[in-house]
Design a protein around this ligand. Structure first.
Ligand SMILES: [Zn+2]
Ligand SMILES: [Zn+2]
Length: 94
């Protein structure tokens, strides 16, 4: 269950919209879902980025393509998107 601070941060991410759509120049505010970066291990503390349903679970999305193919397709890494998220929206605790 997400804490109050997490919920507030997730709302900020949702408000900004899909970070990949933004990066691709589709603009801000695409309705988005929270994607957890899994490498950190513990899901509760995993970093998160906002992705629209298509870029999240769709045929051109990170789960649809798989992380490797996704990163090849867009010529950027999950980490690049995380950095951009923190740059545009701020980090969860700062
Ligand atoms: Zn998108
Ligand atoms: Zn995801």
């Amino acid at each position: 269950m997400a804490s109050k601070a997490e919920q507030k941060y997730f709302a900020k991410l949702a408000d900004f919209g899909c970070i990949l759509c933004y990066k691709l120049g589709y603009g801000e505010g695409t309705p988005s879902e929270i994607h957890h970066l899994r490498k950190a291990g513990i899901r509760a503390n995993a970093p998160v980025i906002p992705l629209c349903p298509e870029h999240h679970r769709g045929n051109t999305g990170i789960h649809g393509l798989g992380k490797k193919a996704f990163e090849r397709m867009y010529d950027l890494t999950e980490d690049d998107l995380l950095q951009l998220t923190h740059f545009m929206i701020g980090a969860p605790n700062g």
